[in-house]
Design a protein around this ligand. Structure first.
Ligand code: AMP
Ligand code: GLY
Length: 428
């Protein structure tokens, strides 16, 4: 089988590496890909959001399956376009991807089908939002842009002034474009966060190994929100008991709700959960694999990935046993100095070759490219995800940080405390 993976980050690198293990795969392509991916898949400079360009590429390469990994092409309907042209696909169609594409949609869905989530209200006028926040007078309060915003459309406002600023930026200055035409104001929840990625064919839902993201840029969860600075799997807060409750109150009800709405979801549905004192609640849905969650989840998968893709396509997921390694994984993201704000690119990365080959440690590339001199340079905010698997989390973390130590470029930035919270939970 020839498979084209759409996207070009660490998540796509992890998807490619798992697909490469499949005995059914003869050739892997990626667009746009990146410097690291190009060693394992032939890359083409087509933007992930360019539906026409991607369709042309899929036709030219005569691929068997198109795997659409990022949120924006999914929400824009790339899967629909590929299917209309006769391609087999992985990823939800446009009607289903709205579960991530519109927070107003997902909040209304949860309310209609009694799926536990934070209390909320929806607004399309800045004045009305501020009146509501002022009347509620409970802080912190959470303000979310309706649409996609590169993972940055959520503001946790500590007081009225911060809320006013956020509303003005989102709804008036439109810093996230039309994504901010509507906002959701939400009750602030507390508790440990868990990411659960699930395979689903629209009928059956099979959770993958749970994971924990680290979203803030700096140690001790300080600094700005990022796409994710590191992950560990499994997440120790996600006990068997919690998993059972989530299946009954969240996962199955969501899959059935999407079916009832005639928006049957096929692919990977990502549940961003908070384990509150009142039980698990949904913080967000993503219509795709998470980044950097994928980098710690997929290395633990034993089952042939293509078998899963085909079972989802044929709606026979209930008949497939999916097996996982009984191990832990840790991923430390190495980012460009300044990320998530401005950073310099084109800086030569040293120490990579050795580390890519260390046993049980793999370096997923997120923002890299090979320059004209054949050197690997940084080309994005998040640059590498140094990932290790081992029989325990402390071991996996030690190996990953050992890998990090050898890799250098000017102004490199990473967190030193990935996994600390999980380790505390394991000890407690
Ligand atoms: P999201 O983009 O929806 O995942 O939100 C980003 C982060 O904001 C989440 O990972 C949470 O840490 C935080 N967050 C979002 N919604 C809430 C909420 N209702 N209460 C507390 N924290 C939240
Ligand atoms: N790591 C969070 C996400 O992929 O949305």
């Amino acid at each position: 089988m020839k498979i084209l993976v759409v996207g070009g980050g660490g998540r796509e690198h992890a998807i490619i590496m798992k697909l490469a293990e499949s005995k059914k795969v003869s050739k892997l392509y990626c667009a746009p890909g990146n410097g690291g991916i190009s060693k394992y898949a032939e890359c083409f400079p087509v933007k992930a959001t360019d539906i026409d360009g991607m369709l042309e590429l899929a036709k030219k390469l005569a691929v068997d399956i198109v795997f659409v990994a990022p949120d924006d092409p999914l929400v824009a309907g790339m899967v629909d376009a590929m299917q209309a042209a006769g391609f087999r696909t992985f990823g939800p169609n446009k009607a289903a991807a709205i579960i991530e594409g519109s927070k107003v949609f997902s909040k209304n869905l949860m309310q209609k089908y009694n799926i536990p989530t934070a209390k909320y209200a929806v607004f399309n006028e800045p004045q009305k939002v501020l009146e509501y926040i002022s009347n509620e007078n409970t802080y912190p309060t959470v303000i979310k842009a309706d649409g996609l915003a590169l993972g940055k459309g959520v503001v946790i406002a500590a007081n009225f002034d911060e809320a006013k600023n956020a509303v003005s930026e989102i709804m008036e200055s439109k810093i996230f474009g039309e994504s901010g035409s509507q906002v959701v104001v939400e009750e602030f929840l507390t508790g440990p966060e868990v990411s659960v990625l699930c395979f689903t064919d629209g009928i059956t839902v099979k959770p993958m190994i749970s994971s924990m993201d680290h979203k803030r840029a700096l140690d001790n969860d300080e600094g700005l929100n990022t796409g994710g600075m590191g992950t560990v799997a499994p997440n120790p807060y996600y006990t068997d008991e919690v998993a059972k409750e989530c299946m009954e109150t969240i996962f199955l009800p969501t899959i059935r709700a999407m079916q009832s709405e005639k928006r049957s979801f096929k692919g990977c549905l990502y549940f961003g959960l908070m384990l509150t004192p009142n039980g698990p609640k949904v913080i967000e849905y993503n219509c795709r694999f998470g980044d950097p969650e994928t980098q710690v989840v997929l290395p633990l998968l034993n089952t042939d990935f293509v078998d899963i893709i085909e079972a989802i396509e044929n709606e026979s997921l209930s008949e497939l046993d999916i097996n996982w390694k009984n191990e832990s994984a840790a991923c430390v993201v190495m980012a460009s100095g300044g990320y998530p704000k401005k950073y310099e690119s084109g800086l030569v990365i040293s120490g990579l070759d050795e580390m890519g080959q260390t046993e049980n440690c793999f370096v997923y590339h997120a923002g890299t490219k090979i320059n004209d001199n054949g050197e690997m340079v940084n080309a994005g905010g998040r640059v590498l995800g140094v990932t290790a698997t081992a029989e325990s989390l402390p071991k996996a973390l030690a190996i990953a940080y050992d890998g990090v130590k050898s890799i250098r470029w000017k102004d490199v930035h990473y967190r030193h405390d990935i996994g600390n919270r999980a380790l505390k939970a394991i000890k407690a």
